[in-house]
Design a protein around this ligand. Structure first.
Ligand SMILES: Nc1nc2c(ncn2[C@@H]2O[C@H](COP(=O)(O)OP(=O)(O)OP(=O)(O)O)[C@@H](O)[C@H]2O)c(=O)[nH]1
Ligand SMILES: [Mg+2]
Length: 389
């Protein structure tokens, strides 16, 4: 699973990325600071199973803080996109390719209107323009790839008497789309028959496929500088109010032991003496961001992507069903993300191919009931997998 961060230059993509991952990423107040994509690990946040089970856990593949499990998710921050990017404008087409593997796109806009279409500082720019142009660019990029490969796909399907949907899904698998999504997009575009689609039909199909396979969350960043754009645009768009700069400051202060702060929380505690400037900055964050919007919004966005859009559940495989431990005595060591509807066997394969191959049954550790391979898992399940030889 991968989350892509997109938007025009200078809107705060790398700041948002760094706030999520604390990975190295260059941030500067001019366009095209990022050229080579930054790749890092963010964490989706969910109440830990240790809470309802009233045990102390020893996390291994994830982090538990104050009974919240933070499960790793890959995040990618790419170069800024400008209108015409799909034709090579700005830093061009190759940078769109960095987004091929993304399952959800987080579109960062500067809601304060202080960044123009080229990424330069300005005032009074209408960020609504960006919402439209970026979606169009991504759709046209999909269309371009589809159009380039269409003849080959169509002929191959025709000559091999193969279903066009299957052939399309195979040829477009690099865009992280699957057969189900291709089928759904074709149906939505009324293109169920294996005929040679027209350019218009291809374009409509590309748009539908993009919407299904790379849905976009719109982030109203730099909310601290906004005067009214958010209130105006939220009427027509689903916008998440975000202050990436505040989240980055809090996470760095947390790392330095200056504050105690859990990403996504609506408050923090100051732990050390801070100078007047730092105190003012922290007070600003508390009063003008956290109190007003409930959080900085950064954790919200990742959680929305993982849990609401990609519909993932968190499941804990263990080896001892009574003590919820692995064979080294670690309680609830691993937390895995799996799509809703996943089965006990899917979990086994997620843990290891070998465990999947040797699966003979499983135990739901909360109820102590034996379950079969097709048993559907629920969020926060703790599962012991039983393997044979
Ligand atoms: N006030 C305010 N400034 C922000 C916020 N987020 C980012 N910035 C500033 O916006 C400028 C651009 O930030 P970057 O993170 O480098 O932007 P980018 O979108 O990655 O830019 P490119 O890589 O050039 O496309 C920097 O000066 C940041 O400090 C925010 O939430 N509030
Ligand atoms: Mg950047």
């Amino acid at each position: 699973m991968e989350i892509g961060i997109v938007g025009k230059p200078n809107v705060g993509k790398s700041t948002f990325f760094k706030a999520l991952t604390l990975a190295e990423a260059e941030i500067a107040n001019f366009p095209f600071t990022t050229i080579k994509a930054n790749i890092g690990v963010g964490h989706a946040r969910k109440e830990c199973a240790c809470k309802s089970l009233s045990v102390e856990c020893n996390p291994n593949n994830s982090i538990c803080r104050e009974r919240n499990r933070f499960v790793p998710v890959k995040v990618i921050d790419v170069a800024g996109l400008v209108p015409g990017a799909h034709e090579g404008k700005g830093l061009g087409n190759q940078f769109l390719d960095d987004l091929r593997q993304a399952d959800v796109l987080i579109h960062i806009i500067d809601i304060s209107g202080r960044t123009n279409e080229k990424g330069e500082s300005t005032e009074g720019y209408d960020p609504e323009n960006d919402i439209k142009f970026l979606e169009e660019e991504i759709d046209l990029w999909f269309y371009g790839i589809l159009k380039k490969n269409w003849k080959k796909i169509y002929n191959k399907a025709k000559h091999n008497h193969k279903d066009l949907i299957i052939e399309l899904a195979e040829q477009l698998s690099g865009l992280e789309v699957n057969e189900e999504q291709v089928g759904e997009a074709a149906k939505k575009s009324d293109l169920t028959e294996s005929t040679n689609w027209s350019d218009e039909q291809l374009q409509e199909f590309a748009t539908n496929l993009r919407e299904i396979s790379k849905p976009i969350i719109i982030v109203a960043n730099k909310i601290d500088l906004d005067h009214g754009n958010f209130d105006r645009l939220k009427e027509n768009y689903d916008l998440v109010p975000v202050c990436s700069e505040a989240e980055l400051a809090l996470r760095q202060a947390e790392k330095a032991g200056v504050v105690s702060y859990l990403p996504g929380d609506k408050e923090f505690k100051i732990l050390k003496d801070v100078d007047e400037k730092q105190k003012k900055a922290l007070e600003f964050i508390q009063n003008n961001i956290l109190k007003k919007y409930g959080s900085t919004g950064v954790q919200n966005c990742l959680n929305t992507a993982v849990f609401d859009i990609l519909k993932q559940i968190v499941v804990y495989p263990v080896e001892n069903e009574n003590k919820f431990m692995d064979n080294k005595g670690n309680v609830l060591p691993d937390a895995h993300l799996l799509p809703e509807g996943s089965t006990a066997l899917d979990l086994a394969y997620k843990v290891h191919t070998d465990i999947g191959d040797k699966f003979i049954g499983a135990i739901d550790c909360k109820t102590k009931m034996k379950v079969r391979k097709d048993h559907q898992l629920n969020d926060c399940d703790v599962i012991k997998i039983i393997t044979g030889r």
